[in-house]
Write a protein that binds this ligand. Sequence first.
Ligand SMILES: Nc1nc2c(ncn2[C@@H]2O[C@H](COP(=O)(O)OP(=O)(O)OP(=O)(O)O)[C@@H](O)[C@H]2O)c(=O)[nH]1
Ligand SMILES: [Mg+2]
Length: 394
Amino acid sequence: MLSSKPRAILIDVIPPRMPDKEAKRRIYELENLTQTYGGIVVVKIIQKRAIPDYKTFIGSGKLEDVVVIAKEEKVELIVVNNILKPHQIFNIERRVEKERIAVWDRIDMILKIFQKHATTIEAKLQIRLAGIRHMGPRIFRMGLELGQQQGGIGVRGGGETNIEIMKRHLAEQERSIKNQLAKISNTRGQHRARRDRLGLKTVSIVGYTNAGKSSLLNALTRKGAYVADELFATLDTRVAKLWLPRSPMPPLTRGSDSVVQDVVRDARDVRQVRSLLLSDTIGFIQDLPPQLIDAFKSTLEETIEAELILHVIDVSDPFVHEKIEEVEKILDQLGVSKTPKIYVFNKTDLVKRIPKASLLKKYKKMTPVFVSALKGEGLEELKNQLSLRILPQV
Ligand SMILES: Nc1nc2c(ncn2[C@@H]2O[C@H](COP(=O)(O)OP(=O)(O)OP(=O)(O)O)[C@@H](O)[C@H]2O)c(=O)[nH]1
Ligand SMILES: [Mg+2]
């Protein structure tokens, strides 16, 4: 068992030609994840390798260095910032077994944070599902190795090996979790159908983790979603109603009389849907494990079904463009790359001179708006843009 604030060594294996800036960003993000989990980062190691070591992912020499540091620094946890094969984790674990050090890869780290942050039944179920999918192969591997060490004792009377028993058990658990999730998703589907009947449209907030999605939801709707300076603060979906101003009047035609205008206005009042639903959900991150995306499909349903997506971007982040791309990649995986989007550049209060002109040019199609969810700035313009894009125009 890890202590509540485990001392950790972080290791990132990167291709030799990766630019320094990108290498720094990766290890910085892993540090952030580790701190979000509650860990204390003792040492950070970047290893440049064209091809990871087959047996232990990091080179065997490097592993020995790590073991020495780990002993000296009383480390409880080694985190490798990559996605490892089950046998690679197993081999590293075996090397540090005596020191009682845990070994995690990037997926483990993200799963552990999710586990800590999950509050709803749905989120908890989804994490268990992702966990089974991620840990399953590792458990089999362990069983296999143990079986070999003990000269094949893992066979029971009926001929069923321990591994087979474990496999069956995990498959049963997976099925049961999936059933429970399907029920929750079904209820959500019914809610959505009802909203559709009422003509309510859904706008979904997406973005890199910590971009300020929940803050934006709160600023627009006073919903009281959980906001924190940590990664993956939000793991469920929150839906709130947003009232929009009437969309801008069409320009007055000269000489048109006011009665006609009143009629136009009335007609529009009747026809217009003046409110919409805004949903906030889990944030994205580079290399979001596919198992997680899959397990969180039902949480992400609101996003998948939305009529419009608000992509929230932390404009003060030195890696704005890279993170935009990561989010776009995941939206692609979710099959929503065609949904209309508005780019919402948030945290404008943190930047002295925002390169508005170049951002407006580069992301012209996404009609960028600039806001500070914290200070409540730029929200009117965002609402205006929403009215224009989503409400029926007369
Ligand atoms: N200065 C400043 N900070 C902001 C702004 N919007 C959000 N923040 C801060 O950024 C941090 C993350 O905000 P959240 O709203 O939790 O971000 P999120 O995108 O929902 O994050 P996850 O749910 O963890 O993915 C918090 O510390 C917020 O107070 C802003 O406009 N300006
Ligand atoms: Mg959030």
